[in-house]
Design a protein around this ligand. Structure first.
Ligand SMILES: Nc1ncnc2c1ncn2[C@@H]1O[C@H](COP(=O)(O)OP(=O)(O)OP(=O)(O)O)[C@@H](O)[C@H]1O
Ligand SMILES: [Mg+2]
Length: 254
């Protein structure tokens, strides 16, 4: 569903330009969970932004569901993102002038047939799933880093995206909330077949992925894991609740 073909990106910064992605090629299958690891500055966030059509490469193609994102204008990219992409930014990027529940609803205000009340209701339910409903009326500056991160995660779920890109989604969370967020991501992946591409420094997150891409200096230096969607599902589903586990196993048998 997602292909990078010879994707090259550099940033001009005096006195020299920095090559951040050096002709990267890889594919992610529909329903796959791919973790991206690598040292700070290796190009992970840049790659994720390009994959979601938030940034454009200098060269190469990025194909998402048969659409080459490098050939689309900003209006159609925005519409495509609202329709099928969930994005969790490394620095959250909540809008400061909106409270938590309004921030969660943003992707739906951009493109949805739901009424304002339905959007609010759906956003509240998602805030509840990340234990943030008691902060629904608070503005980002009144929230802690971990709380902002959980609002950002709820926002990435609100349009029921086909693919979720998450940039270190558990980096600011304590172990309990980290577990909650991971379970929510895994649940989407296993039960709704949502494709997951997660940048992480946490080996325990990467362990749950179908495949791990290791980046170094703007290149993918290794790929590990089973690489076949579903074959590691039994391992991943372990962390889900029993009823969900049964449902996931049933789906897997289909
Ligand atoms: N807008 C920009 N202008 C100039 N240089 C940039 C820009 N964005 C990123 N870079 C540089 O590109 C390199 C890769 O950055 P990127 O944010 O993709 O790294 P990363 O792997 O996500 O790192 P981290 O683990 O610290 O988040 C870094 O050297 C960074 O300084
Ligand atoms: Mg980064």
């Amino acid at each position: 569903m997602l292909s990078f073909l010879n994707v090259y990106k550099s940033f001009q910064s005096e006195p020299e330009s920095i090559e951040v992605l050096k002709k990267i090629s890889f594919q992610v299958q529909s329903g796959e969970f791919v973790a991206i690891m690598g040292p700070s500055g290796s190009g992970k966030s840049t790659l994720l932004g390009i994959a979601a059509g938030l940034d454009q490469p200098d060269e190469g193609s990025v194909i998402l569901d048969d659409v080459d994102l490098t050939k689309e204008d900003e209006t159609s990219l925005a519409s495509l993102r609202a329709e099928k992409i969930g994005f969790i930014f490394q620095n959250f990027q909540l809008l400061p002038g909106m409270n938590a529940v309004e921030n969660v609803g943003i992707p739906l205000y951009l493109k949805s047939s739901l009424s304002e009340r339905q959007i609010l209701e759906k956003s509240m339910n998602l805030l509840k799933s990340v234990s943030m409903d008691h902060r629904a009326n608070h503005f980002p500056k009144q929230l802690s880093g971990g709380e902002e991160q959980r609002v950002a995660i709820a926002r990435a779920f609100v349009n029921d995206p086909k693919i979720i890109f998450a940039d270190e989604p558990t980096a600011n969370l304590d172990s309990k909330n980290s577990r909650v967020v991971l379970d929510l991501l895994l649940e989407r992946n296993k039960l709704q077949n949502t494709t997951l591409v997660i940048v992480t420094h946490d080996p325990s997150v990467a362990k749950l992925a179908d495949r791990v891409l290791e980046m170094k200096d703007g290149e993918i230096v290794s790929t590990s894991g089973l690489g076949t969607k579903g074959s590691s599902a039994s391992k991943s589903v372990k962390s889900l609740k029993p009823a969900k586990k049964a449902k996931a196993a049933k789906k897997k048998r289909k």
